[in-house]
Design a binder for this molecule. Structure first.
Ligand SMILES: Cc1cc2nc3c(=O)[nH]c(=O)nc-3n(C[C@H](O)[C@H](O)[C@H](O)COP(=O)(O)OP(=O)(O)OC[C@H]3O[C@@H](n4cnc5c(N)ncnc54)[C@H](O)[C@@H]3O)c2cc1C
Length: 467
């Protein structure tokens, strides 16, 4: 009997890749409900320009970053890497829209000692607050309350809240501190303050040596900040798809939606939307947690409800091309703190990040996320959504002309929200699966990190454990 992978997004493709790399003779079936592989990663070529529908840049650092670069190298894509180096404006200039204007965030040590709007005092004074504030013992808390306690309200409002909008389109007041600040939170819990914890780590903590590869060393030497691939990030998922398709032992079932899973011991039966039933020895689910929750709600209601605790938000992504210069100051783009109470999450300056041959200005407006229902409805037409985006480009960047090309993408339930208690909930899911001996492995962005690097590495680690 074979193993089955549910979902052909980045995680499902990575699962197939790593399983087949480990054992090229494995019998695998991959079931994908749509007519294409790649999930949310989709790059549309418009004239000479790439309009990314979702993910666009990857970080080269840390274990997950190094792992992705290893994969890119193994797939023969090293010569397609398109980096943004640390000295470029796109890496140095990150802005927020606050109090009616675009302001650059500090980008170097000396910026910490001067007062820059919207902050009422130099940032160094916020960091000193951390050193003199008593520890508060907590199991988990929101990233907003943590940064407000340690650094003050302005840091929580103007640095952290927009960052969370940029990473997961979420509200820092709900998202767990363990989402991106696990180390800093632990420093406070263990050493009393972040500053003290950092000093301790610097002086005494043995750093785990990272397992570099040729491409990650190149990234380090050439000082990449972030990178993409020629042709857009879909080059990665397309190449992964081509690679796994070469294996004769892989069966790809496109346009096939899994409707129900019944777990027996030691096998599982999968019902597809055409009514057919397949039996497999092990299920690897890379589909969103709420989808998996639906598939097992009759047989495992408790597991189903744990999976359903992970909520998703919808994002509207609007790519726009202009034939005049609308970007007044080069940079990565800007994010909008939620306290500004406008419906956009941020704007990415694509043509500053990756200049195109035609010198067209390309930007992407991201809207909605946690506030989608407040500002939009899923029934809004493309024209209505475009009108909102252009209205706020006018407000924030003073753009008066109409775009010469655009694409409106409404991504329903696309980003999971790792709210306070997320890790504990995932542990309960894992425990339930283990205790009940269910032949199921979970992977994908619902559980162990929402970014491309996290998805690839956690999927690799999860499928490694399958016998
Ligand atoms: C707007 C946006 C911007 C982003 N930007 C970045 C970025 O710049 N950098 C970064 O690192 N990450 C970014 N990400 C995150 C990154 O895109 C995701 O982590 C990654 O694509 C998730 O892949 P996945 O395979 O886990 O899920 P998905 O892409 O959701 O794949 C799941 C697949 O399962 C299929 N499926 C669902 N239900 C069923 C079923 N019942 N039966 C069969 N098949 C099913 C779906 O059709 C889909 O193909 C962004 C995400 C979004 C939405």
């Amino acid at each position: 009997m074979s193993k089955v992978i549910l979902g052909g997004g980045l995680s499902g493709l990575s699962a197939a890749y790593y399983l087949l790399r480990k054992n090229p003779a494995s019998c695998l079936t991959l079931i994908e409900s749509s007519n294409r592989l790649g999930g949310w990663i989709k790059s549309n070529q418009i004239e000479d320009v790439i309009f990314e529908e979702a993910a666009r840049t990857l970080r080269p650092r840390g274990e997950p970053g190094i792992n992705t670069l290893e994969l890119i190298d193994e797939l023969g894509l090293s010569n397609k890497v398109n980096p943004i180096t640390l000295d470029s404006p796109a890496a140095r200039n990150r802005m927020i829209y606050a109090n009616g204007q675009l302001v650059s965030l500090p980008s170097g040590i000396k910026d910490l000692f001067v007062r820059n709007p919207p902050f009422s005092k130099p940032l160094i004074r916020h960091f000193i607050k951390d050193l003199v504030t008593a520890r508060e013992v907590n199991k988990d808390e929101s990233i907003y309350s943590f940064t407000k306690r340690r650094f003050g309200e302005e840091v929580a409002d103007y640095l952290i809240s927009p960052l969370i909008c940029g990473i997961c389109a979420g509200d820092a007041k709900e998202i767990s501190v363990n989402f991106i600040m696990k180390d800093l939170f632990e420093y406070e819990q263990k050493y009393g303050s972040i500053g003290r914890g950092m000093m301790y780590a610097l002086l005494f903590k043995k750093k785990n040596a990272l397992n570099h590869n040729a491409l990650s060393l190149r990234a380090r030497n050439e000082k990449w900040s972030v990178y993409s691939l020629n042709g857009g990030l879909e080059t990665l998922t397309k190449t992964l798809s081509d690679k796994i398709r070469q294996h004769k032992t892989l069966e790809l079932k496109m346009n096939s939606q899994c409707k129900e899973i019944k777990f027996g011991n030691p096998s599982a039966s999968i019902t597809l939307d055409n009514g057919s039933i397949q039996n497999h020895e092990h299920v690897i689910s890379s589909i969103p947690s709420y989808q998996l929750s639906n598939l097992i709600k009759n047989s495992h209601p408790e597991l189903s409800s744990l999976l359903n605790n992970i909520k998703y938000v919808s994002v509207c992504v609007i790519n726009l091309m202009f034939d005049e210069n609308i970007i007044k100051k080069d940079g990565f783009g800007f994010l909008v703190p939620p306290k500004e109470k406008i419906p956009i999450l941020g704007v990415i300056f694509d043509s500053c990040c990756f200049p195109n041959k035609t010198n067209k200005n390309v930007v992407t407006v991201m809207m909605g996320g946690k506030w989608f229902e407040e500002y939009f409805s899923h029934e809004m037409t493309e024209e209505e959504l475009l009108t909102v985006a252009t209205k706020y480009l006018k407000l924030t960047m003073n753009v008066k002309k109409d775009p010469v090309a655009y694409k409106v993408n409404l991504l329903k339930d696309c980003i999971p929200q790792y709210k306070v208690g997320h890790n504990e909930n995932v542990h309960k899911i894992e425990d339930y699966i283990k205790k009940n001996n269910i032949p199921l492995t979970i992977c994908g962005c619902s559980y162990y990190g929402v970014g491309v690097n996290d998805v690839i590495l956690s999927t690799r680690n999860m499928v490694q454990k399958i016998q």
